[in-house]
Design a protein around this ligand. Sequence first.
Ligand SMILES: Cc1cc2nc3c(=O)[nH]c(=O)nc-3n(C[C@H](O)[C@H](O)[C@H](O)COP(=O)(O)OP(=O)(O)OC[C@H]3O[C@@H](n4cnc5c(N)ncnc54)[C@H](O)[C@@H]3O)c2cc1C
Length: 393
Amino acid sequence: MSTTTPSSVLETEHREIVAAFTAFVRRELVPLAAELPEDGGLPPAELRRYVRRRSAKLGFYAGDHPEELGGSGMPLRAVVMLHHAAGRSGCPLAPYALAGSDGPSPLLRRGTEQQIERYLKPLVRGEATRCLALTEPNAGSDAFHLTTTARRDADGGGWVLSGRKTFVSNAGHADFVIVVARAVDGDGKDLGPTAFVTGMDAPRLRIGQRYEGMSGEELYELVLDEVRLPADAAVGGESGVGAALGNGFDSLSRGRLVVAAMCNGIAEYALELGVAYARERKAFGERIGAYQHVQEHLVSSRAEVEAAKLLTLACARLVDGGVEAPENAALAKLTSSETAVRVVDRALQVHGATGWVRGHPLEFLYRYVRMMTIIEGTSEIQKVIVARAMGLG
Ligand SMILES: Cc1cc2nc3c(=O)[nH]c(=O)nc-3n(C[C@H](O)[C@H](O)[C@H](O)COP(=O)(O)OP(=O)(O)OC[C@H]3O[C@@H](n4cnc5c(N)ncnc54)[C@H](O)[C@@H]3O)c2cc1C
């Protein structure tokens, strides 16, 4: 399929990084992925760890982090193109070669020096993973409607965390957790949403229910049963108390743009499969690609994918240039995730029963891509952000 990919509008240097990453995926990850079960699902933790560390060694994982933190100092637009390449490769191990929701968190960039050393640097090097415990049974999209509390000890010497968190990715394998809780002073005064960081081995912190997603993802419930943390456990120290809303959660652009890019790559891969099949498969004596109803699936998909790719890259460029308007990333994430769900669906339709059979890449992608309109804020929440920026509501 001939396409004008956004890589052609990247600087030569970044095109080379994307080409090197693609070569790494083909050379090292595709052979490893061939050993995985046919129905997709979460690769074993040991294999994910190997992929993460190898990719960090080659400078791809967490590449946008500065060199003094262990990253490669890439601009966001290059990172976005790496995520695109991972999705487009069709290799189920490729997403684990790039830092995602279990990697370095923008929250920790605002951590104390000690937190940066202890938590952020091992994350950037791919040596550790973390999880984020924000969602609660009654606080999903309305994430800061928190009932989990962090009570300041009577003597002011630490915090006691109590509550339940749900749908926490990677909690079963993470080295440490960032918990967002409502901080409460000794006299009961509400200090506001605060992020705390601690090892997963903190006493009285336990994993409750395990949830399995449509394509094998593992999410967990976390139970905080009077978990005692030291005074300096708030991310950013004392200045981070009550500041979770402004402290990292206001800069969700990176997370949303890398999800958008992964979606665009997946959509492009699905489209390639659809086009290749439509050129070969015959029905009623003709290749099915000659039928306008089939062309409609593929041409509409092409138009939508190209638009989503360029929007995502344009937003990343704006962030690199210091313009970080939340509605830009919301627009890119909304457009790319909804497009990917539609394009994978259409590509499967073009394949008929062949694409629906377990073991076919589209059968797995159909299940895998569905989470993309929910994670990093649902499509409806992206629309709320854009509507607000348009002066509505
Ligand atoms: C694969 C996966 C991984 C996840 N990982 C994590 C994780 O690591 N840590 C974590 O804390 N959470 C995680 N989550 C949870 C995720 O953040 C929430 O599912 C998400 O925020 C939506 O919340 P909810 O599921 O409670 O839906 P709800 O908030 O209950 O929403 C239900 C529906 O109502 C809509 N809706 C809600 N409010 C509005 C509104 N104001 N206007 C219009 N529509 C609205 C939503 O868009 C949705 O369609 C994960 C979820 C998934 C699927």
